[in-house]
Write a new protein. Structure first.
Length: 92
């Protein structure tokens, strides 16, 4: 027997886009949504990984270190966004 399922309410526009994306990937909307959900970390998972990385580097995980790390990721995201804008690859 397959996995239990449930319904997710969304707009028709989002559903239609999910259908196109799933068709292009040769999969189903359900599998596409599951792939998205499993590919993203929760806030708790990100925090756990940050603590582990700090420990691996021999650093105390302080609020200051957390803020500096977040600032670094924000900078990376801004650079990536600027690159997307410059290359004209913004998603619809």
């Amino acid at each position: 027997m397959g996995k239990p399922t449930t319904s997710i309410k969304t707009t028709e526009q989002a559903r239609d886009r999910l259908r196109v994306l799933a068709d292009e990937d040769g999969t189903t909307i359900a599998d596409l949504v599951e792939e998205l959900a499993l590919s993203r970390l929760t806030a708790a998972e990100r925090e756990e990984r940050a603590r582990a990385a700090a420990a691996d580097l021999g650093l105390a995980y302080t609020p200051e270190l957390k803020a500096r790390g977040q600032a670094a990721w924000d900078l990376v995201a801004r650079h990536a966004e600027q690159q997307r804008k410059n290359s004209g690859t913004d998603a619809a």
